[in-house]
Ligand binder design. Sequence first.
Ligand code: PLP
Length: 456
Amino acid sequence: MWLKIVFSLKNNYICPLKDILNKFLTIMNEKEIKSSTKCVRSGWKPKSGEPCQLPIYQSTTFKYETSREMQDLFDLKANGYFYTRLQNPTNDFTAKKICALEGGTAAMLTSSGQAANFFAVFNICEAGDHFIACSSIYGGTYNLFGVTMKKMGIEVTFIPIDATEEQVQAAIKPNTKLIFGETLTNPTIEIFDIEKFAKIAHKNGIPLIVDNTFPTPINCRPFEWGADIVTHSTTKYMDGHNTLVGGCIVDSGKFDWEAHAEKFPGLTEPDPSYHGLAYSKAFGNEGAFITKCTAQLMRDFGCIQSPQNAFLLNLGLESLAVRMRQHNENGLKVAQYLEQHPKVAWIHYPRLKSYTHPELAEKYLPSGCSGVMALGIKGGTEKSIKFMDSLKLVDIVTHVAYSQSCILHPASHTHRQLSDEQLRAAGINPELIRLSVGIEDADDIIADLEQALDQI
Ligand code: PLP
């Protein structure tokens, strides 16, 4: 069956390709629409008599009226979805909305943010390849790159977020295939200088992948600064309501795979598992990356988002612009309160005047930098934990970036698999607390923080 799908992709017959091409057209027509409108209107566009809300295609497979129709599908004479392990219409309409928000040419949903980052890198790198990642990234991604992908024969070099061009250049080897960073780093809340890293990547004929989870396209659109591929943990602000785990990959369509064909054989040379299909030749710069990722990695790994989750994600996206405005506003108010508190040793929140790189905040996050911040309590880890345990409204959870305010101590929670040395390399000191300011009333959040600080 897969061979038939492959072959049909090559011949532009079935839905995956057709749908990606539809994405191009819709998105090109939407260039002038504002982000708030895209949040509500992009993606699913009902025709006369169709439901206003995106339908959930909660089905593993797709029925055809007659044996002949099915036969035509297998004979590559008709279009249609086959099997939800590869693609599902609910997912595709939701991906289309995120694609429009980021200003890309094609996108796909994955089962998690981890899967999105894995797929984005593994769609380019093969065993024997090397890539560069900023060391200040989410602990799970750090582990995926540094430990798990190493077992697959893919080597990573972590570089500091403030690495100079010379330092980055020195880390690039003949087999280096990409650079990876997070726009707003988790959990240190530093800004990754996208334009700087994009220029270095492009000078070396390799793409820049940016995880844009925390800013969301409401606060920053990495493609405007030269990033080639954007990933998301849609589990965070995009869902926004603590309901689903999911991810998304968006392609800018700008990276010229053919111009550096020798570096990217997986994208430019015939794929033996697909009857010799060469993605860059069949789908161009706009479609090669996502088509390969869907048709090859999703086929083989099956990390698809469930249609139910894609529906919930689409619903979350409808209010993303409104919610991000409130997260930005509340985040700044809370950060300003904490900054002046005598028991707070330090705070990282890029929109504060004290932020070490205000020029980066102004450039990349002009409308705000979300509700996430990192801080240290005077007295170190013991006091930090006492402070967290004293909170009543703000929840201690392994989560971040959604409607409810929450808090976490990375060294003992999300990053506990990292050694002290790795923690330091990621810029995380043991007392660091990550606070995620929700959309409750800012005064109530501040009152809770105040009563907890009073107790230490
Ligand atoms: N990227 C970033 C920036 C994250 O913060 C996370 C998780 O916290 C991930 C990726 C992984 O996402 P998920 O938990 O959806 O797999």
